[in-house]
Design a binder for this molecule. Structure first.
Ligand code: RUB
Length: 329
């Protein structure tokens, strides 16, 4: 079965960052699975449908490696599809359950971002200066709700090299009627003395409470720590990584040197060595709290969110590990 063009376009747009930001990537992946199920033209056999959907799930997961929201969105949809098969569902039922699960994920993701805004806005006080990095819908939702509640906040937004996602944030803030200042990333420590709170988003939260977010986040957290400024992370529960409970490490995406230097520069310098990691890891010690749609938690309590959300998955993984240990000579 051929993969529909619309689905391939979404996968390519995620890879090329036309669709970006962990939440949006997750919703787009769920939408791609929904479209794939709706446009399926193969035989009316549940097994064939499942194989086709699994293939699309793998394709989507391969587009960008760091944000766990992507594989979590895909497994949300595909695990419900598989459960329907296990319950003895026929082709039509399996297809319907897949489409329903994709819709459900998108809806609950949009709702989670709104709830994070409502919950997180309580952390902000009238007159606060907030520093944010990159472009996070969850962090923006917090700022928007604070503004709606009549809090007079001012935001410092980093431009976020090399892709300048800070420009998107700056425009969004102006559209919300929030006073904002755009600064180079390297000016963060210079301005930290004026900052009351840092709020950033997350691509992945690990079991020990470390936060993987746009490169530069950990430097900002370090500068905030030095200046005793509190750091908050706005993250939906599908940004928590179940695999990290079992010791898996997060792959940090490295992008093209051409995002950092021009072709002309590359050509003009002999043996130029450029590295361009897109994300970095902020340890839990530098994070005051994580704002989720379920409430605010200390970073080190990330494991609680994981066991609540992915308990069964983690248990299955642990059982597998202990079985593997049993087979050791
Ligand atoms: C985006 C980024 C964002 C998180 C959270 O990186 O690091 O801070 O994804 O965003 P990129 P959201 O531009 O490389 O995708 O809160 O919107 O999910």
């Amino acid at each position: 079965m051929k993969i529909p063009t619309q689905v391939l376009d979404i996968a390519n747009d995620i890879r090329d960052m036309k669709i970006r930001g962990a939440g949006r990537i997750a919703r787009s992946a769920a939408n791609a699975l929904k479209i794939a199920a709706e446009l399926y033209e193969g035989s009316e056999k549940a097994e064939e449908f499942v194989n086709y959907m699994e293939r699309i799930g793998s394709l989507l997961k391969s587009t960008r490696p760091t944000a766990v929201s992507l594989p979590n969105a895909v497994s949300y949809v595909l695990s419900r599809m598989r459960s329907c098969v296990e319950r003895g569902g026929d082709f039509m039922e399996v297809k319907a359950s897949t489409i329903k699960a994709a819709r459900e994920f998108i809806e609950s993701s949009i709702n989670a971002v709104k709830l994070i805004g409502l919950i997180g806005s309580r952390i902000l006080r009238n007159g606060d200066v907030v520093l944010t990095h990159c472009n996070s819908s969850a962090a923006l939702s917090v700022l928007k709700h604070a503004k709606v509640q009549g809090k007079n906040i001012r935001v410092i937004a980093t431009e976020t090299r090399p892709r300048f996602q800070g420009y998107i944030t700056y425009k969004a803030l102006l559209n919300m009627g929030i006073k904002a200042t755009l600064i180079p990333d390297s000016a963060v420590r210079f301005f930290m003395k004026d900052v009351d709170r840092v709020i950033v988003g997350a691509d992945t939260v690990t079991a020990n409470g470390a936060v993987v977010n746009k490169v530069g986040t950990s430097l900002i957290a370090l500068a905030a720590h030095e200046a005793r400024v509190r750091v908050f992370v706005a993250a939906e529960s599908y940004k928590f990584s179940p695999a990290t409970v079992l010791g898996e490490l997060i792959t940090i995406e490295e992008r093209s040197p051409l995002e950092v230097v021009s072709k002309e520069y590359l050509a003009s310098v002999k043996r130029v060595n450029v590295r361009n990691p897109a994300f970095d890891v902020t340890p839990p010690e530098y994070i005051d709290a994580i704002i989720t749609e379920k409430g605010v938690i200390p970073a080190k309590a990330a494991i609680l969110v994981l066991t609540e959300e992915y308990g069964r998955l983690i248990e299955e993984g642990l059982t597998k590990i202990s079985l593997d240990l049993d087979t050791l000579p």
